[in-house]
Every structure is written in C-alpha cells, then in structure tokens.
Design a protein around this ligand. Structure first.
Ligand code: ZN
Length: 202
C-alpha cells in the first residue's frame, strides 16, 4: 500500500464526494487535484506542510473565485483578501452588533442596495431615502458618505484614530473592519437612526 500521512487521510475524508471509488483511487485523485501526484508515483509520504500549503492555496483560489461571482459580496472583496477568520468573530462583542457587522460584510444589511432587489428595482435606482442625496444607498454610502450619520461617523473615526481624509475607499473599509467594536457601535446607532427617519419607529 502506498505510504500516506494522517493529514492525507483527513483530506481524503473531506473529499468523500467521490464515493463509490476505491480508497486508493480516491487518494490518487486528491493528490492529482492538489498537484502532489509525484508522491504517489514515487511511493513517498506526502509532507504535512506541503499538503497543507497546497490545500490552503486551492481553498484561497476557490474562495476568491466565489467572491468575484457574487454581487452581494461587493463590499467584502474590497477589504478582504485572505481567508483568515474575521476579527469580529473572535471578539467578545454584543451578539447584535456582531450580527450587524456580519450582515454588512455579506451585503445583506437591509440597505436599499439589498432591499431594492426584493422589488426588482434597478441597482441605480436604489437611492438613499434618508439623506435624499440621489446616491445609491450601498455600504459605502452608509458608512462614509450619508450625511444623516455625520455625528456617529465622526465619533467612529475619532475613536479609531486614523485620518480618514487621507484614505481611499478600500483603505477605509480595511481600517474600520479592523475595529469591530467601534464599527459595531456605529452600525447599530446608524441603523437605529435610519429606522427612525424612515419609519418613525424604534
Ligand atoms: Zn444617504
């Protein structure tokens, strides 16, 4: 039997979609997919670090391709270029604020860019109804441009301690997502203010 590592076996288990084939055939396919087939051909064990690197690379490529094909991830791909766990997931922050940040990242925060989809509104017509600036209410507008949240935004920028005037949009997104507590407080306050303005309700 070909020598193989425990890590390799774990990889095999993850790829059980190829059921119905023999164990060795599946292992051979996995090694081929990850560019490690020479270890099979030479009857050598796969080095753990090498296997891990190849799998991570493949996952990163698949992930980038997935993001590029999903319109909802328009904001996400602006600041996220790796597959590490997001900072706000690891923080001990309020559940509601964490949820808001997750929604923001995934493009499902109920701004008009998202809710306009429900009524088949053209993207360019999903204008902000809070400030009447005639701009589309997307994540960028909500976070950096809408004048309805000036106070909240100034506070967030001051708390973060970065001069946002000197940053481009991508840098701004990266900066705020590195401060989940401050961002969470902003999103929570701004969404509350938004609801009050649009629906006069808490
Ligand atoms: Zn606005």
């Amino acid at each position: 039997m070909h020598q193989f590592t425990v890590y390799g076996y774990c990889v095999y288990c993850v790829h059980m979609s190829a059921r119905g084939h023999t164990w060795s055939r599946n292992v051979k396919k996995i090694l081929t997919d990850y560019g490690l087939i020479r270890y099979w051909n030479e009857n050598q064990p796969v080095p753990l670090d090498m296997a891990k690197t190849k799998i991570c690379e493949q996952f990163q490529n698949d992930w980038e391709h997935h993001c590029a094909t999903k319109p909802k991830l328009r904001t996400y791909i602006l600041f996220k270029n790796d597959t590490n766990v997001a900072t706000h997931i690891k923080c001990n922050m309020q559940k509601y604020e964490r949820s808001l940040i997750s929604q923001l990242r995934l493009g499902i925060l109920p701004l008009r860019i998202e809710t306009g989809r429900f009524s088949n509104l053209d993207v360019h017509d999903r204008k902000c109804l809070v400030c009447n600036s005639d701009e589309v209410e997307d994540e960028k507008h909500f976070l950096f441009d809408c004048n309805h949240y000036l106070q909240e935004r100034d506070r967030m920028f001051q708390d973060i301690g970065v001069n946002f005037e000197n940053l481009n949009v991508e840098e701004r997104f990266k900066a705020i997502f590195e401060h989940p507590f401050k961002l969470g407080r902003y999103v929570k306050a701004a969404m509350y203010k938004r609801r009050q303005q649009l629906y006069n309700a808490n």
